[in-house]
Write a protein that binds this ligand. Structure first.
Ligand code: G3P
Ligand code: MG
Length: 242
């Protein structure tokens, strides 16, 4: 059984403001294998990295990302109350590609198409990923499985994963039938009977979120997941490497 990969959730968000360039740099510095991030579309159609559809929680202003231009968003402070990072900006997806290019890290791009169905987000993220030559270093995921099916249509070569919090379906069978590469379950779903066995049988990677406590990190190692999505990549690395 190979060791799980470590993907830093919203970057190393346990140490730096989530979904910012310092959080992604920190992830690389702490030995992560990849980062997970969330994408949204601005009023002028730019792809930016932010978890919430509204900026109220993470920025110095209020409102919906879809109602601001990139220029307007760039003037705001996204330090999330962490004064050591005062003035940090919302990153574009392009800036994250540029930052991580030399590192060899992979990126799990989560499409936030839950509350807002951004027109053309799937096409734009595929185009940008291709333009940057990143297709083999990215996996696309979403709680909105229609978004993932759209990515599959636009880019048959793309790696894809279904995010979910509670599977009432047989999720390994569902993933297999929809030709994704991976399932991205919340931690407790691992305990479904035969879950890991079925995923292995169907060739599905299991990338589990969001695992921060030592005992849960150990549990993921025992289950033999493909990747652990965590706010503390250094902690995960230590447990995985013993
Ligand atoms: O992609 C894993 C995890 O990020 C999903 O939940 O809400 O943190 O985007 P959330
Ligand atoms: Mg996410």
């Amino acid at each position: 059984m190979s060791k799980p990969l470590v993907w830093a959730h919203r970057g190393a968000s346990g140490y730096a403001p989530e979904n910012t360039l310092p959080a992604f740099q920190r992830a690389a510095d702490l030995g992560a294998d990849g980062v997970e991030l969330d994408v949204q579309l601005t009023k002028d159609g730019e792809i930016v990295v932010c978890h919430d559809e509204q900026i109220d929680r993470t920025a110095s202003a209020k409102g919906w990302i879809k109602d601001y231009t990139l220029e307007e968003l760039k003037k705001m402070d996204f330090c999330c109350g962490q004064m050591a990072y005062e003035g940090v900006q919302i990153p574009t997806m392009q800036e994250v590609f540029d930052l991580l290019k030399p590192t060899g890290l992979t990126i799990n791009i989560e499409l936030k198409t839950g509350e807002i169905f951004y027109p053309g987000l799937e096409r734009r993220i595929v185009e940008l990923t291709r333009e940057n030559g990143w297709m083999d270093r990215v996996i696309f995921s979403s709680f909105n499985h229609y978004s993932i099916m759209e990515i599959q249509k636009l880019a048959p070569e793309a790696k894809t994963g279904f995010l979910y919090a509670d599977g009432t379906l047989d999720m390994p069978e569902y993933g297999r039938d929809h030709h994704v590469n991976a399932l991205h379950p919340a931690l407790y779903n691992l305990q479904y009977p035969d879950y890991m066995k079925k995923c292995r049988e169907f060739g599905l990677d299991v990338n589990v979120w969001t695992v921060n406590r030592d005992e849960w990190l150990k549990m993921c190692c025992d289950f033999g997941v493909h990747a652990i999505i965590t706010n503390y990549p250094d902690k995960a690395r230590k447990i995985i490497d013993g």
